[in-house]
Design a protein around this ligand. Structure first.
Ligand code: ADP
Ligand code: TPP
Ligand code: MG
Length: 377
């Protein structure tokens, strides 16, 4: 018995091959250069490229859920971050290998901010149909290289087709029981430190955006700034030493810029934070690069974002002890940038003035939102 509407459906289906043929012809040139990707192959590539670094995986990739067997002496910390093409990175200039590393690095930075050791990773990606297998191969190699650097294991994820290349990573880490370092536990009268130079990534982003429009700039002059934007190293080792010292009262990572991230820490701890612009650590060539790209270095340092260093507070009177501890463990340099006070807000002392910079860093928003922002465009 004929099904209602069957004739119309057949007609549509019959007309398909002609359309498909046309499209195939148009795409033929592309497919000579690159082969198409398929979900199953992509998942197989992830599971074969990414080694396991733990005996605690009862079941990894392949089931509905990963099964882990923690030993009961640790706390587990879990974070997830979504990164979207043209919002968090730009595939038109970001080399695939380095992008694979950066997508993971920003998640490891969140684990580091808790004073935890990163251990397990879930990776969900949306891949546009126009992306090639070769590009994905390179992205995967970069991603796997950072997994190996930090002995992290990929245990699952999801793979779909999407209009924008989008990456969502969930990271799971462990700390000793009760030792995770929170944002909410700073007190007034404590020193504020950061774990690295600020503003380099923001300058690197502007260099990438203005490429071609800038006059000739020395490659070696630009390299550290481009590197910090394209391939930031998360401060995991530093964070673990800080946690081990037992002298840190609160910590958070710097993704949106000091103005916003320190405002989170200060707000949750119910204290104010005062920062001295002259103490902010910067690359020796930041001023030269800023002169070339037409930006204010302090602006990039407090509001540029993407630094992926740590901002933390130290028990009152324990700065010297912390510096001695890090020195004895051959730890990386840290920089005192100000102090907390009884009050609220993030105050920046700069050019004999003090201004409130709370939440002046990066914020996702609709292009038409009129909220003031001092982030670098
Ligand atoms: N990008 C990825 N990286 C790692 N594992 C993945 C990725 N995509 C899918 N997986 C894993 O592959 C397995 C099969 O995925 P999928 O077919 O989406 O599972 P399900 O049907 O349960 O949603 C699951 O274990 C999943 O966690
Ligand atoms: C192409 C491009 N445009 C702009 C930026 C700047 N940028 C995008 S997101 C972001 C802040 C961090 O991202 P977010 O999603 O807020 O991370 P989270 O704070 O949740 O870790 C910055 C500085 C960039 N990195 N790349
Ligand atoms: Mg954010």
């Amino acid at each position: 018995m004929p099904i209602a509407g069957f004739a119309t459906v057949t007609k549509k289906v019959r007309s398909l091959p002609i359309k498909l043929k046309k499209r195939t012809t148009l795409r033929a040139v592309d497919s000579m250069k690159s082969s198409p990707w398929k979900e199953r192959d992509v998942i197989t590539r992830f599971s074969s490229s990414c080694q396991r670094h733990s005996q605690q995986i009862v079941r990894g990739i392949g089931d509905d859920c990963a099964v882990l067997a923690p030993d009961g002496q640790h706390d587990w910390v879990v974070t997830t971050d979504m990164l979207v093409d043209t919002v968090h990175f730009d595939t038109s200039w970001h080399p695939a290998y380095r992008l694979g590393r950066k997508c993971l690095a920003v998640n490891l930075s969140d684990i580091a901010a808790m004073g935890a050791t990163p251990r397990f990773i879930l990776l969900s990606i949306a891949i546009p149909g126009s992306f090639s297998n070769e590009w994905l191969e390179q992205w995967t190699s970069g991603f796997a290289s950072l997994l190996d650097e930090f002995s992290c294991s990929l245990i699952g994820g999801d793979t779909v087709r999407g209009d924008q290349f989008t990456v969502n990573i969930t990271a799971i880490g462990t700390t000793r029981k009760g030792r995770a370092i929170l944002r909410s536990t700073a007190a007034a009268g404590e020193s504020i430190f950061v774990s690295g130079q600020l503003g380099s990534a923001a300058a690197g982003l502007i260099l990438c955006r203005q490429a071609g429009r800038l006059g000739p700039l020395d490659e070696t002059l630009c390299r550290p700034f481009l590197d910090r934007h394209l391939d930031p190293a998360p401060d995991v080792a530093c964070a673990l030493l800080l946690a081990e010292s037992g002298l840190i009262t609160a910590m958070q990572d710097l993704s949106d810029g000091l103005a916003t991230d320190l405002a989170h820490l200060a707000g949750q701890s119910m204290v104010g934070a005062r920062v001295d612009a002259s103490l902010l650590p910067e690359h020796e060539n930041l001023a030269r690069i800023c002169a070339a790209i037409g930006h204010d270095p302090v602006q990039l340092q407090v509001a540029g974002g993407d630094d992926y260093h740590l901002v933390f507070t130290v028990q009152a009177g324990k700065d010297e002890e912390l510096l001695r501890f890090l020195n004895s463990r051959k730890g990386p340099p840290i920089y005192r940038i100000g102090e907390t006070f009884a009050g609220s807000g993030v105050r920046l002392q700069h050019d004999d003035r003090e201004v409130d910079i709370s939440f002046g860093g990066f914020q996702h928003r609709s292009p038409t939102a009129d909220e003031p922002s001092v982030e670098a465009e």
